[in-house]
Design a binder for this molecule. Sequence first.
Ligand code: NAG
Ligand code: NAG
Length: 343
Amino acid sequence: MKFPTPVCRILVLLILQLSLSPVCLGFGFLAPVAVGVSSVVLGTICHFKECCSERGIPANFSGLEDALEKRLYGQHLVQDIVVNALRSHWDGAHKPQKALTLSFHGWPGSGKNYVTRFIVENMYAAGIKSNFVNQFIGRIHFPLQENVAQYQEDLYKWIKGNVTKCSKQLFIFDEVDKMPSQVLNVIKPMIDYREDVDGTDYRESVFIFLSNTGANLINEHFLDLWKKQGRKREDLKLKDFEMLISKGAFNEEGGFHHSDTIKSNLIDHYVPFLPMERRHIKLCIIDEFKERKVMNPQEEHINEAMEFIEWGPSAEKVFSTTGCKRISQKVGTIVSKYKLHIK
Ligand SMILES: *[C@@H]1O[C@H](CO)[C@@H](O)[C@H](O)[C@H]1NC(C)=O
Ligand SMILES: *[C@@H]1O[C@H](CO)[C@@H](O)[C@H](O)[C@H]1NC(C)=O
C-alpha cells in the first residue's frame, strides 16, 4: 500500500478538521473518539508512508545530545555547535531566516560521518532510509569536471523537488574536497536569506558539508595550542580556530574553491574536528570490543588493536591518521583470533 505525500497531507488535514469541526464539538462526547480515530489513522498512514510531520521528523535534540556525549570522543566543540545549531533551527519558536549550513572539517576518522549519522538517526524516524535525507558523495555523484553543468542542473532539480514535498530536508555532501569546484555554486540561492526562490522556500532545510580540507591546518594549530602554549584540549573554544576560517583554510580545494557560497558567507558554522589522540583511539577500541559482546577487553588485546594504528604528523606522531576508522575490522580479527566472543 502506498500513499503519495499529497494524499497523506490531505488526509491529515481532513482528519484534523473532522476532529475539530462544530459537528464534533456539538456531539462533545464524540470528540475524544474522533481524536482517537484520527491518531490511529494517522499512525497507520505514517506507518506506510513517511509523513512530513513530527512522526516522520521527531527531531530528538536530547537524543542527539546524549548520543554525542556518550559515543563521540574528543570533539567537545562539535558537540556544542551541532546540537545548538540544529535546535535553534528547528525548535519551532521562530521561522529560520535561511537554510542551516554546517561545514565539517577534519582528518579521516575524526568523526565527521559518525556525527552525521547520529544527526540523521535522531532527527528522522526512518534514519538514513528517510526520504527526507539526501546524501551525495563527491567521487561517486560528481566525479567529472566536464559534467559540472549537468550536475548543477540535476542538483537544483532534486533539491527543489524534495523541498517542495517536505521542507525539513537534510542534504549531506560528503567529500566536498573531491568535487569539481563550481558544482555547489548552484545551491547558493537556496541557502541564502530569501523567502522565495523560484516559488520554493528552502529556509527550513539543513545542508551539511564534509571534507578533509583544512584538516592539516587544524591539526597544526591544535598542536601549537596544546604543545607550545600548554592549552588543554577540553578548554579550547571555537574562537581559537576562527583565524583559520578567516584565512580561508577550509575552502582551499574542491567544491568550495573560489565559490560564491563562501564569498557570500553563507556557511553558518565551520566545525573543526580535532585529530584523535591515543586516549580517544583507546575508547573507540573498547567500544568496538563491546559491540562484539566482549565487555571487559584485556589490556593486551587493546594494545594489539592499537598496533595497527598509524600516527602522525611525521615529527610528533601523536594523532591517529585514520582516527577511529577501520578499527572495527581490526578488533573483529582479534576477537575471532582469540575466540573472545565465546569466552
Ligand atoms: C529521544 O532519544 C532518547 C535517547 O535515544 C530516547 O530515550 C527518547 O525516548 C527519545 N525521545 C523521543 C521523543 O523520541
Ligand atoms: C530527491 O532527491 C533525490 C536524490 O537524493 C532524487 O533522486 C529525487 O529525484 C529527488 N526528488 C524529487 C521529487 O526531485
